[in-house]
Write a protein that binds this ligand. Structure first.
Ligand code: GDP
Ligand code: MG
Length: 204
């Protein structure tokens, strides 16, 4: 992994699970009750400092295409990290997790990449249909990392999860084991000011 080279991260999953909001809060923008569904693909750019190097990364939102499951295969092929999202109050979104994981695997080449699973909307525990254990079990089955979070109330845990995935990917490509102590000291995320959306770019 070369310093300066961008690491592409893609969020996948059913419509309405909170992908756009997770990306928004990751970049310091406010959680929104209503997000206009856009077409095409949105991209945010961030930077992460790790072991005195600076790594650029791009977060791709699939912006409406998930309705038709017509995610541009080029996005998937180029992504180094694919985060599959479901919502704990939406059984169907969990049932489709295997579809999305297979979709990524089918469209990847030989390159090294990571897949992770995120259970969103943990604040809606009163409407919970998918238990945490089920998510954990699925992640274990696929051998991937798992996080339960809420774009609404717990942006920090998602931010930390994404940072850790990026570091894991860097270490994977450099053939190193992840060192947890080094991790804590050196992460610095570059996020946009609240609400300004300046890090949001139409295409990276
Ligand atoms: P996407 O279609 O996967 O991009 O989902 P959106 O980010 O557009 O969110 C769909 C709906 O779920 C919106 O009304 C959001 O406000 C809501 N939503 C997203 N994340 C959360 C969350 O963590 N908690 C709650 N309560 N609602 C959420
Ligand atoms: Mg969206």
């Amino acid at each position: 992994m070369e310093e300066g080279e961008g690491i592409k991260v893609i969020l996948l999953g059913e419509v309405g699970v909170g992908k756009t909001n997770l990306i928004n809060v990751l970049f310091g923008m406010d959680f929104k009750e209503n997000v206009a569904s856009t077409s095409g693909a949105d991209c945010f750019e961030g930077e992460l400092k790790y072991q005195e190097k600076s790594y650029k990364y791009f977060l791709w939102d699939t912006a409406g295409q998930e309705i038709y499951r017509a995610i541009n295969k080029i996005f998937i092929r180029d992504a180094k990290i694919a985060i599959i999202v479901y919502a704990i109050d939406n059984q169907h979104s969990f049932e489709e997790v295997d579809f999305w994981i297979n979709y990524v695997k089918e469209n990847k080449g030989e390159d090294k990449y990571l897949i992770a699973l995120v259970a969103n909307k943990s604040d809606l525990y009163e409407k919970q249909m998918v238990m945490d254990e089920e998510g954990q079990e699925s992640a274990k089955k696929h051998g991937i990392d798992f996080l339960t979070t809420s774009a609404k109330t717990d942006a920090e845990s998602f931010r930390e999860f994404v940072n850790n995935l990026i570091i894991k990917y860097i270490n994977l490509t450099e053939g190193k084991e992840t060192n947890n102590d080094a991790k804590k000291d050196s992460i610095k995320i570059n996020k946009g000011d609240k609400n300004d959306g300046q890090n949001k770019k139409k295409c990276c």
